[in-house]
Design a protein around this ligand. Structure first.
Ligand code: ZN
Length: 389
């Protein structure tokens, strides 16, 4: 199993300069490879492989001698990364974009990574970069990525093969499954009625961030910029910390977690929701749940994003008149009163289990497509309107 370990590193000034060169050259080669691949396709319908483009690096270096200062494997990896972006594009992701100085500042070291005596040793940095090892790596080191934050902090993420088998998944049973509804008012609500609010300290930090952002848009001062970067980093770290703690808690307490597939792309178009969605970072949270589930042999089940999770009564009747503002509703057929969010969490659980037990297992990687199949609606109902919520 592969696992990443992230550490802060403390490069000397000359090392910082060399890191900057690596990041710049990696970005340059990435963009050049992307442009070349596009041009070859447009002019000659030729599809360059990563290998074809990597073979052209030596002749490029003859012309641009400054590229020789950096680890050639990092440049090769840059081309591989561009190729991966294309493969994702063919699977439905967006068209690969050119990298700019505003993107994450990083470069890859695909091999020859060593950690020794509190030093990170990589090609072109033979004397080693000081590393703060708050915990040891596990297994065999495969590769590393060095990144710089906008506040000037340096990190390395080291990918290791832990030599451990991926644990077998726990069996899926009703009693050990929990449904989770992710929301804006509250971060998450479970089918057991447990509510996880968005933490207040995070809201506070965010409103402060907005204030400084406004200030910066008026006067583009250097000090305000630095303050903004620091605040931003703080908010991101706090948010990540909250998401880590909550995902670990849910994974350790449950065998199976059922979730609704999020339509974040569609929702961000709605401006009122956009801020709230980026604040709560649902997609980061779901990613954390997924990889932690793999580590600990737990299951993640997904239901389609159009399943009517908040409007289906346990008796099977669908309340088609339910508005987004209705927090509670009473079923006209059986008289049960529902809390919208808890009902949604319960239905996410039961729809997901229904998929499993009817053999319609929604694999976590096949979840992007909405399904119009009847399995998502209770049997008692004909297939109703496709608009859920
Ligand atoms: Zn009912």
């Amino acid at each position: 199993m592969f696992k990443a370990f992230k550490y802060r590193i403390y490069p000397s000034n000359p090392q910082k300069e060399l890191i900057t060169k690596h990041i710049g050259s990696s970005r340059f080669v990435y963009n050049l490879a992307l442009e070349t691949k596009n041009a070859a396709y447009i002019s000659a319908k030729h599809n360059y492989s990563a290998f074809d483009l990597i073979k052209q690096l030596p002749e490029l270096k003859k012309e641009l001698t400054w590229l020789k200062e950096v680890n050639s494997q990092s440049l090769q990896q840059s081309i591989q990364n561009m190729d991966i972006a294309f493969k994702k594009f063919f699977k439905g992701a967006g068209f690969p974009k050119f990298k700019s100085k505003r993107d994450r500042q990083s470069f890859s070291i695909p091999q020859n990574v060593l950690v020794e005596n509190n030093l990170l040793i990589i090609p072109k940095f033979k004397e080693g970069i000081k590393i703060s090892l708050h915990r040891p790596t596990e297994g065999i080191i495969k590769s590393a990525t060095i990144s710089v934050t906008p506040t000037g902090k340096y990190f390395v993420s080291i990918l290791c093969d832990t030599n451990t088998e991926i644990p077998t998944k726990a069996p899926i049973t009703e009693n050990t499954t929990i449904g989770i509804d992710l929301g804006i008012e509250n971060f998450a609500i479970t089918s057991e009625g447990e509510v996880f609010e968005n933490p207040k300290y995070l809201r506070k930090a965010q409103s402060k961030l907005k204030y400084v952002q406004r200030k910066y848009s008026k006067n583009k001062g250097k000090r305000t910029k630095q303050r903004l970067a620091l605040l931003h980093e703080k908010v991101v770290n706090k948010r990540k910390d909250f998401l880590h703690k909550l995902s670990s808690k849910l994974i350790s307490e449950n065998q199976t977690i059922a979730l609704e597939t999020l339509a974040v792309k569609n929702m961000v178009k709605n401006h009122n929701l956009a801020q709230a969605i980026s604040d709560v970072s649902w997609s980061t949270f779901v990613t954390m749940l997924e990889y932690k589930a793999d580590w600990y042999g737990k299951n993640i089940l997904r239901i389609g994003q159009f399943a009517p999770s908040s409007k289906t009564c346990s008796c099977g009747v669908i309340n088609k008149d339910l508005k987004l503002s209705d927090r509670e509703w009473t079923c006209k057929s059986c008289g049960t009163t529902h809390d919208r969010d808890i009902l949604a969490a319960c239905n996410i659980k039961s729809f997901a289990l229904k998929n499993i037990f009817s053999g319609e297992h929604t694999l976590k990687n096949q979840d992007e497509l909405p399904r119009l199949r009847g399995v998502l609606t209770p049997e008692a109902q004909p297939i109703g309107s496709a608009v859920g919520g």
